[in-house]
Design a protein around this ligand. Structure first.
Ligand code: AMP
Ligand code: ZN
Length: 486
């Protein structure tokens, strides 16, 4: 089936055509590993995962999916410095070497990142590569030299900058994002990795070293310019090395359109003479109370925070995947509970289909359902419409009423769908105890103890937690019963 995607470059929905044969080469901007990723970041990774799964399952393509790991930037350096408050004992003893310290901090958070995405149902085996930026310093230097040689970069005070004014004489700067050139003055420079569109300036490709910061030698025409790469050059060099240019799809959150992706385009064209990619796909924000979730706004939760509150990461996965990726997603506990109910309804339907003791006489039109669900998934990943079609079908066609052949066809289709959603189990209906997560049982046991201790406030608090997580608790003398709140 053909896949349609909204391309931020053309600002229209386009039919997707891979560059070569049946293999899609896709690059996703990954995490900056200076701390635990928050669930806003997770939305970006889940969207990329959804896309690669839709391409595989609906489009029948093979994938080469690369997600970079930003292990060198302003934030990783700040938090790995000697004496940094962000340093945790689990990372090991800091050493005299700034590079070793950087590696220790970033490897610690890289491990937490792979753990988090795995619990969210992203299969690490699906990546073609998860490259760390510090393993590609030489390749970045080669690209920077090429940009200098082509006349689009210059050296000032030991740093190297991209010459935006010069570039604008050759090509558009502002392909993804309308840039404000009103305040732009040729030759003004910006050293930080992140900046606003009003501050468009010559951006840094290579930064001169500062006391105590990691640095690498960089020889240009017989002179050494020790320092470290800017953020944007990292992706340009890794894409080229791992996927070749142009590749098919580049993903990331909308906040990366400018400056990160705009600068990536300029660097690739100025250095390699080639656009990086044919399709740019951007997810909108995950918000909390109408505001983008971000570390700097302080309104963030990590996945770990939510798991501690007894939320199931697969409910979080389903909740996020159920919203269209180009709309804002407002994170609420009610939203996660609703997603859990929807997930469990489909799970119950699967259990009914798997129950051999009960079959009906109705023949289901599974091929039509499959076309309508996959059609929506292939239509710019319209998960809300795809799921709505599935729910309408389930309402009109009870699993127990299906004849044996329809049951099997339906199971085969839902199994295929599960290669995209990755949240259901295909096994016989387990006993109730198995369906109740152990954290919930622990909360209920703690509540029983609190009641015995006559600590009513604690008992109420624990009860509220159990209910918030989507369960009901029924009391009998010295015992309890937990049920799923469906
Ligand atoms: P970072 O680790 O900050 O480089 O971000 C990793 C990814 O998360 C990028 O693709 C960002 O665009 C994305 N991102 C950051 N905050 C949010 C948010 N609140 N909602 C959705 N995506 C986000
Ligand atoms: Zn990037």
């Amino acid at each position: 089936m053909k896949i349609k995607l909204y391309n931020s470059l053309s600002k229209t929905i386009e039919e997707f055509e891979p560059i070569s044969d049946n293999t899609v080469r896709m690059y996703s901007c990954g995490p900056t590993v200076y701390n635990y990723a928050h669930i806003g970041n997770m939305r970006a990774f889940l969207m990329a995962d959804l896309l690669q799964r839709v391409l595989r399952v609906v489009g029948k393509y093979d994938l080469q999916w690369v997600m970079n790991i930003t292990d060198i930037d302003d934030k990783t350096i700040r938090d790995s410095r000697i004496g940094s408050e962000a340093w945790l004992p689990e990372m090991g003893e800091q050493t005299e070497s700034a590079i070793d310290n950087l590696k220790m901090l970033t490897e610690f958070y890289f491990d937490s990142f792979t753990e988090d995405i795995s619990s969210l149902g992203i299969d690490v085996e699906d990546f073609y590569a998860l490259p760390a930026a510090t393993d590609y310093i030489e390749e970045m230097q080669t690209l920077i030299k090429q940009i200098i040689q082509n006349g689009y970069a210059y050296i000032a005070s030991g740093s190297i900058y991209f010459d935006v004014a010069k570039w604008r004489q050759s090509d558009t700067y502002g392909k993804l994002f309308k840039i404000d050139f009103d305040n732009f003055k040729s030759g003004t420079r910006i050293d930080t990795d992140e900046y606003e569109r009003e501050h468009v300036s010559d951006f840094v490709l290579w930064k001169a070293p500062k006391e105590g910061e990691p640095q690498w030698d960089f020889e240009i025409d017989g002179s050494n310019y020790p320092g470290r790469p800017g953020w944007h050059i990292e992706c340009s060099a890794m894409e080229y090395e791992l996927l070749g240019l142009p590749f098919d799809i580049h993903t990331g959150g909308v906040d990366l359109k400018f400056p990160h992706h705009e600068d990536e385009i300029a660097q690739s064209k100025a250095g390699y003479g080639c656009e990086p990619t044919n399709y740019w796909v951007h997810n909108d924000f995950l918000e909390v109370e109408g505001e983008k979730m971000s570390k700097s706004a302080g309104n963030f939760f990590t996945l770990r925070d939510l798991i501690k509150k007894s939320l199931d990461p697969l409910d979080i996965r389903f909740a996020m995947l159920s919203a269209h990726y180009r709309t804002k997603y407002n994170f609420t506990h009610d939203g996660i509970s609703a997603a859990r109910k929807a997930r469990m309804r489909i799970q119950e339907y699967i259990y009914d289909l798997m129950d051999d003791s009960n079959s009906g006489k109705n023949a289901f039109d599974v091929a039509k359902l499959r076309d309508s669900v996959f059609g929506e998934l292939g239509n710019d990943m319209h998960t809300p419409k795809a799921l709505a079609n599935l729910f309408v079908f389930m309402n009109e066609n009870k699993a127990m009423e299906a004849d044996l052949e329809s049951k099997n066809e339906m199971l085969a289709f839902l199994n295929e769908l599960n290669h995209i959603f990755a949240i259901w189990q295909f096994e016989q209906r387990p006993t109730t105890e198995k369906l109740i997560p152990s954290e919930i049982t622990k909360l209920a046991e703690a509540r029983l103890q609190a009641k015995k201790d006559k600590n009513w406030a604690l008992a109420d608090e624990l009860r509220a937690k159990i209910i918030d997580a989507g369960y009901l608790i029924k009391d009998s003398k010295d015992a309890f019963e937990i049920e799923i709140n469906s």
